[in-house]
Write a protein that binds this ligand. Structure first.
Ligand SMILES: Cc1cc2nc3c(=O)[nH]c(=O)nc-3n(C[C@H](O)[C@H](O)[C@H](O)COP(=O)(O)OP(=O)(O)OC[C@H]3O[C@@H](n4cnc5c(N)ncnc54)[C@H](O)[C@@H]3O)c2cc1C
Length: 311
């Protein structure tokens, strides 16, 4: 119920404007957002790198409505690629196709994505670029754009969501293509016809995706799985699959979000697993922040208490 309400509110443009202007709201969002500028985000990644964690930088923003906004988001990503190189940090970038114009047409997003991918590949090794997965109206288009772009730009990865009923078939196609795939449960409000609603079903589907993408045949094909979750049961599934099937520790990675389960992030890195932290930054933090609250409604009380203390 609370999850639904928070996800519905995450789409409110009025609340977004109000929250983004409020210093108090920002003080709450800071738990999940590394900063407003790329320099602040780079400083966070430098600290993570020192502890043996790698990162992926997300310049926050989604659903832009004009060509100028799409180009400006892509410019910000190009600046992030340049900042990663200049600072020599271990980080890729993660982007949403609606931030670079998908609502204006596939061709708009593809043009901006190509600019980013070309800049990411100007030096070797290229900066890795991951396309995040958004709500279900975008799934098929996002996968189509990914498969097409990947033939030209191998330093490109994708995300699949275990809550979608279609995802097992998408995973088969990605395993056949030898893709870099981040596995997540899914963060949007989706109807029963297309998405599992029950946590046990979402979790079972997640474990099946680990098995599919970390299997010998998939890895032999170049498939590389990123197990992105804070759920200890999913992490244990990946660890035991790897142990039972002799999957080397550099043949997959774990990923978690900035500000969530830092203890577990450090523990996994300390145990010798690859661990990457998703580091969002920028001024358009509102929908991202609301999705984090929706994942764990106890966060609302926690954030409010901190904000009140600061007030
Ligand atoms: C690196 C990364 C990238 C992602 N990219 C995408 C994407 O492209 N598209 C997409 O739809 N979703 C994405 N997600 C979000 C994902 O879909 C889930 O909504 C989110 O990860 C919560 O699910 P969970 O796997 O952690 O398991 P859950 O079963 O939701 O949570 C397990 C436990 O993790 C902890 N936890 C989970 N979320 C929070 C939180 N917000 N605050 C505090 N504790 C928490 C709690 O202890 C909880 O009991 C991404 C997640 C990660 C880690």
């Amino acid at each position: 119920m609370m999850r639904q309400a928070l996800l519905a509110l995450s789409r409110s443009k009025r609340l977004a404007r109000f929250m983004t202007e409020s210093p108090l709201a920002w003080s709450g969002a800071r738990r999940f957002v590394a900063g407003r500028t790329v320099d602040e985000a780079v400083a966070v990644v430098q600290a993570l790198n020192r502890e043996g964690l790698s990162a992926t930088l997300d310049y926050l923003g989604e659903n832009v409505a004009t060509l100028a906004e799409a180009a400006a988001s892509a410019d910000a990503y190009i600046a992030a690629v340049d900042a990663i190189r200049a600072a020599g940090i271990h980080s890729g970038i993660s982007l949403k196709l609606t931030a670079i114009g998908l609502d204006l047409g596939d061709d708009v997003a593809v043009e901006q994505l190509t600019r980013i991918l070309e800049r990411a590949a100007t030096k070797s090794p290229p900066v890795f670029v991951r396309i995040d997965m958004e709500g279900s109206p975008y799934t098929a288009r996002t996968l189509r754009i990914f498969h097409a772009a990947r033939t030209q730009f191998p330093h490109l990865g994708i995300v699949i969501q275990s809550y979608l009923r279609r995802t097992a078939a998408d995973a088969d196609a990605l395993a056949a293509a030898g893709a870099h795939v981040r596995i997540v449960k899914g963060a949007y409000l989706e109807p029963d016809e297309i998405a599992f609603q029950d946590k046990a079903e979402v979790d079972a589907a997640y474990t099946a995706l680990i098995t599919r993408l970390m299997a010998d045949d998939a890895r032999a094909n170049g498939t590389y799985a990123a197990v992105a979750t804070h759920d200890p049961a999913m992490i244990d599934s990946a660890k035991s699959f790897a142990a039972q099937h002799g999957v080397p520790r550099d043949a997959f990675e774990f990923q978690m979000l900035y500000g969530i389960r830092r203890d577990l992030q450090r523990q996994l890195a300390g145990d010798g697993f690859r661990m990457r932290v998703y580091v969002p930054y920028g001024r358009q933090w509102y929908p991202y922040f609301m999705r984090r609250l929706a994942e764990r409604p106890e966060n609302v009380g926690f954030i409010l208490r901190n904000v009140m203390r600061e007030a």
